[in-house]
Design a protein around this ligand. Structure first.
Ligand code: 9WN
Length: 419
């Protein structure tokens, strides 16, 4: 029991230490700005001990929203030489210096969850940002939707940067003219745990291309360089829109459009099933090539509110190889790399969404298994950015905000948290 109490103290201390005043950095050094989906998890973490601070996190994020509705994946509140590419490379066009792409919109769901946790404070807060969240959702339907399925225009947009899902689409890019640049990530973290130079050249080339087009959605859509259907985006958006629609009905907002969008994205979710394997997969829209790898994103189906019973045995099978949580790629896949970021390691926040989705669909035993694996992982190996799914060894940055938040919200709860 003492271990759990100490871990709670440690987790709170990490969030406090990474707090930069109104926003929280994912970790000191490696990521010195505000990241979109990190902040959503952080807000839930703060809500366990400081509800006012929890709302600050979401409100600061929403202040970065662009006129078109997009909420950027990074807000560069203060200059910092420790990260590349910075705001000078991105040249975002919003009210706060920012990147030009978004990230999985878990903030929609988690803002609603903050409100449900404490309507006395949350009702005014949610009422104020609800139209902004709905506008963000509508932007996805306008600019990131193909036949109901949601695609990403940059691997960073998915939040799963170097997942095997993007390999084929990245190979189609010739990063001509990308020029010389100095990576900062590999000065903080061993290069074996980070994306390769092949990937980075293409990440930066895509950023330069977006900046040159002034991030104009129509210009970029007219000649797409990277468009890959993504289960993470599809499932988190579907979940976010469901939560927005339910709260909107209770608060008296017009939810007609949202409900129509939910129906479209539900249809799109089935389009993500790889016909060869049957599981939810990524697909390059330019070539039709499927990612072909079973990833942790495939299992966000339950978080999205889908029943998908056929995915249960696949998860059970995967967990027989990984005692510390759901791997970001099936260890039996030839592309599996135990330490390299989104090509094998397990991530606490993905485990949380998978576990909570399982619990909501009534799969209590499997939900508990995923939560206990994640709890054991954090107890033994700390608050790392991500972990080897088989040995539990921590990797990437440490004293990591979303891992601390996931502990407070879910993994460190012995009663199952709020599920
Ligand atoms: C690029 C902050 C972010 C997470 C992403 C994760 C990683 C950034 C990077 O760190 O991406 O956005 O520079 O590697 O992949 O999911 O939001 O924690």
């Amino acid at each position: 029991m003492n271990t759990l109490v100490n871990k709670h103290d440690d987790a709170r201390a990490i969030l406090r230490a990474n707090d930069r005043g109104g926003y929280t950095v994912p970790t000191h050094g490696l990521y010195p700005y505000q990241w979109n989906w990190d902040s959503a998890f952080v807000a839930l973490g703060f809500a366990e001990f400081d509800r006012a601070r929890a709302w600050d996190e979401i409100e600061t994020l929403m202040r970065g929203q662009w006129d078109n509705g997009m909420v950027p994946h990074i807000l560069f509140h203060q200059p910092d030489d420790g990260y590349f590419p910075g705001s000078d490379v991105w040249q975002g066009t919003g009210p706060i210096p920012s990147s030009g792409i978004t990230q999985p919109p878990v903030g929609m769901s988690f803002a609603v969850r903050l409100w449900r946790k404490d309507p006395s404070v949350g009702t005014d807060k949610l009422r104020a940002i609800w139209p902004m969240l709905a506008k963000w959702a509508a932007w996805f339907l306008d600019w990131r939707c193909h036949e109901g399925a949601i695609f990403v225009t940059h691997p960073w947009e998915s939040g799963r940067d170097n997942a095997a899902c993007w390999d084929e689409a990245l190979k189609q890019i010739d990063p001509v003219g990308v020029g010389e640049y100095t990576r900062r990530d590999t000065s903080h973290v061993d290069a074996s745990m980070r994306p390769t130079k092949f990937d980075y050249d293409r990440y930066i080339w895509l950023v330069q291309r977006g900046a040159a087009a002034n991030w104009d959605d129509a210009t970029l859509a007219a000649e797409p360089a990277f468009r890959v259907l993504d289960p993470t985006m599809n499932f988190t958006l579907l979940r976010g829109m469901r939560d927005l629609a339910a709260s909107g009905d209770e608060l008296g907002f017009d939810t007609t459009d949202l409900k129509e969008h939910i129906a479209r994205v539900e249809t799109g979710a089935e389009r993500l099933r790889n016909p060869d394997t049957g599981f939810f997969d990524s697909q390059d829209l330019a070539t039709g090539t499927w990612g072909g790898g079973l990833t942790n994103a495939s299992f966000l189906c339950w978080f999205a509110g889908l029943a998908a019973p056929d995915m249960l045995p696949r998860l059970q099978e995967l967990l027989t190889h990984c005692k510390y949580g759901v791997p970001s790629l099936d260890p039996q896949d030839p592309r599996y790399d135990a330490k390299r970021y989104w090509r094998g390691p397990t991530w606490g926040m993905m485990n949380m969404m998978i576990g909570e989705g399982l619990a909501e669909q009534g799969h209590t035993d499997l939900a508990n298994t995923v939560r206990e694996m994640t709890r054991d992982l954090i107890i033994r190996h700390g608050f790392a950015e991500y972990f080897d799914a088989q040995t539990g060894a921590g990797a990437g940055g440490d004293a990591f905000s979303w891992t601390a938040a996931v502990w407070l919200i879910w993994a460190g709860q012995t009663n199952g948290g709020e599920g």
